[in-house]
Design a protein around this ligand. Structure first.
Ligand SMILES: C[S@@+](CC[C@H](N)C(=O)[O-])C[C@H]1O[C@@H](n2cnc3c(N)ncnc32)[C@H](O)[C@@H]1O
Length: 277
């Protein structure tokens, strides 16, 4: 047992110092409620990919519900997450105090990462974490069989660069799950064959609104078509798209998952200077 009588783990983390983004069942604490309850929807969220014996790179694990689920399915996981000292891509509205926003995100990350390590300890996980912005993920840590981008691209100023970084070290499969919105209603119509192919346009909607000053931590609503295009450009041309719903604060919200299989290798030659900031 790793929880002492006073409710601390061996490493001293207490539940009150944690933020749970995902609802999780943790030994000694039972079910700890979070914003999203993916229990029961995990297979859909992860695109029904086989994780047995796979080396997985997971971007943005939050408190690690998916990490520990994939591990239970036989994966060996390396996560890429922000530390308290690495800046969230805050939307820099004129007039807001960006330092104050970043400080709030720092506190959020501190408690989120505490939750990850608390669960990690109590679940005897062997997953490792590299604290890095997705854009700066080191190229010498790979290769990985599978990369997972679960609800992270919407928070990144440059989602394509994050994919480019992650997929440069991924050999087989990529899973991208993100929110569906009213904007991709067109996609639903297309599925029913109601919309000609040329009208199924790849797109991402810019959602920050200077009128309200919100949101501050989110940039985009991507549609599945743009994710398919991004993945194709990065060498993952065989894709499947599925739609599903997951529980957020007790409400069912629509998401999509794109699974891409690598069909082409990396571009040859030095691309850093021309294609990366
Ligand atoms: C909305 S949560 C998604 C959690 C989980 N992947 C899922 O699908 O349920 C976004 C995660 O991405 C992380 N994140 C945000 N910006 C990041 C960045 N620039 N680099 C790496 N991770 C980032 C957050 O800290 C958080 O863990």
């Amino acid at each position: 047992m790793k929880v002492a009588a006073h409710g601390q783990t061996d490493t001293g983390t207490e539940l009150k110092d944690c933020f749970f983004y995902h609802t999780m069942e943790i030994p000694a604490y039972g079910v700890v409620p979070g914003l999203w309850d993916l229990r029961g929807g995990t297979a859909d969220y992860l695109g029904r990919v086989n994780f047995s014996g796979k080396r997985v790179l997971e971007f943005g694990p939050a408190n690690g519900f998916l990490t520990f689920e994939m591990e239970a399915l036989g994966a060996n996981i390396v996560c890429c997450e922000l530390s308290e000292d690495q800046p969230w891509d805050v939307v820099p509205y004129a007039g807001i105090d960006v330092q104050r926003e970043l400080a709030a995100r720092r506190e959020h990350l501190r408690r989120l990462n505490n939750a990850f390590w608390l669960a990690h300890e109590l679940l005897d996980s062997e997953a490792t974490v590299i604290y890095s912005r997705a854009y700066d993920f080191p190229s010498d840590v790979g290769p990985f069989d599978i990369a997972l981008f679960g609800s992270i691209l919407l928070h990144l100023r440059d989602p394509f660069l994050a994919l480019q970084r992650g997929l440069a070290v991924t050999t087989e499969t990529v899973i991208v799950t993100d929110m569906r919105t009213r904007y991709d209603l067109r996609f639903a119509q297309a599925l029913k064959g109601l919309l000609p192919r040329k009208l199924r346009r790849p797109g991402m909607h810019f959602i920050p609104d200077y009128g309200t000053g919100f949101p501050r931590d989110t940039w985009w609503r991507l549609n599945p078509e743009i994710v398919v295009q991004f993945l194709g450009i990065l060498g993952f041309e065989e894709t499947t798209v599925t739609c599903h719903t997951q529980l957020f604060k007790g409400r069912r919200l629509p998401l999509f998952t794109v699974v891409g299989r690598r069909t082409k290798g990396l571009p040859t030659g030095e691309i850093r200077a021309s294609c990366e900031p």
